[in-house]
Design a protein around this ligand. Sequence first.
Ligand SMILES: *[C@@H]1O[C@H](CO)[C@@H](O)[C@H](O)[C@H]1NC(C)=O
Ligand SMILES: *[C@@H]1O[C@H](CO)[C@@H](O)[C@H](O)[C@H]1NC(C)=O
Ligand SMILES: CC(=O)N[C@H]1CO[C@H](CO)[C@@H](O)[C@@H]1O
Length: 398
Amino acid sequence: MKSLLAFSSLAVLSLVKPVLSVAVYGQCGGINYTGSTVCDSGSVCTYSNAYYSQCLPGSATTVPTTTTKPTTTPGGGTTTTTSTAPSSSICSGSRTKFKYFGVNESGAEFGQTAWPGTLGKDYTWPSPSSIDYFVGKGFNTFRVPFLLERMNPPATGLTGAFNQTYLSGLQTIVNYITGKGAFVLIEPHNYMIYNNAAITSTSDFQTWWKNLATVFKSNNNVIFDAMNEPHDIPATTVASLMQAAINGIRASGATTQLILVEGTSWQSSGNAAAFTSLKDPNNNFAIEMHQYLDSDGSGTSATCVSSTIGAERLAAATTWLQQNNLKGVLGEIGAGSNSVCISAVQGALCSMQQAGGVWLGALWWAAGPWWGTYYQSIEPPSGPAIAQILPQALQPFL
Ligand SMILES: *[C@@H]1O[C@H](CO)[C@@H](O)[C@H](O)[C@H]1NC(C)=O
Ligand SMILES: *[C@@H]1O[C@H](CO)[C@@H](O)[C@H](O)[C@H]1NC(C)=O
Ligand SMILES: CC(=O)N[C@H]1CO[C@H](CO)[C@@H](O)[C@@H]1O
């Protein structure tokens, strides 16, 4: 959160001169888009989100949310009824299970402008009981956001010493999670902004990651999530900063762990091109993306656009990963607890598992002790997403 607000930069990146028809994979629609909405023959303009539609080969795919199954009637005959798919048949055909599947564990990044803030008042660490709950259900991955200004007080800057109190809070929850055999994504929830200014120095960012990765380099279940949702900086700058993060992490001696990089607006050609040039000496990184299913993709409305919006919004990303031989992780997905949204989440996760293994995992946004009645809260025992989303939309994909 706030997810695809990052797309505001898309408007800058995607100024297209008027053409009669758009080539395959080109943009063909979206807020403030002024170019042609007609795709070259053999491709179809496919809605991805409010900010972006893309010409994709063939015709748009949709994921069935109902299944036809024969039932035996009391009279002995067999009739065919169409019903909502049971868990076992939500997703047909061959699937690749997620290597990483779990939830965001929010809290340490709360109170985003309170530096350093007070533990228990402005921010909190995730609850061990919440970790136990999800591990007990078979989930294996947690994403733990934290705030850079608390880790590195502005007075001494990004390359200065860590605040040992805050760092030790992170270490405690990381050790708890990995002690259960689960994976943990550690994630600066800073949108590539530190102390009210955009992070632009690749050298500082590389040093920062080298310093942090040094702390966790011997824990193989730690996943380094380079930065949450950079926005309003050019794709090439973001890609350079992500490359710096990879270099810093590997230079620390953390050579086995997965690294996740996030783009501003991966769907723009500039960003896609910038990100396909990333290099990891240990060849173990993936592109993290976020997707909400409400009308503006922000995760602030419990109403989903349609029961197929999840698969539709991910289609272009899946194609892009496949074509570029890259892996993806859906670091945030969320929607309301209603039948349209549940189908939409099922469709999204199904399309990911049917994509031949390019999607390594997915994480619900979010668990965490302080969400209260936020409709996407999956904090046990009674977060609003526990009753329906968990059993109907997430557990079938374990
Ligand atoms: C669309 O254009 C208007 C007017 O220039 C601007 O205020 C708005 O922020 C733009 N929206 C996006 C998503 O770029
Ligand atoms: C370090 O973090 C602790 C806990 O949040 C806080 O009480 C303390 O003031 C911080 N120190 C600095 C220098 O920011
Ligand atoms: C809608 C909502 O609750 N958004 C919150 C998501 O989490 C960030 C911090 O992680 C908050 O700043 C947002 O308000």
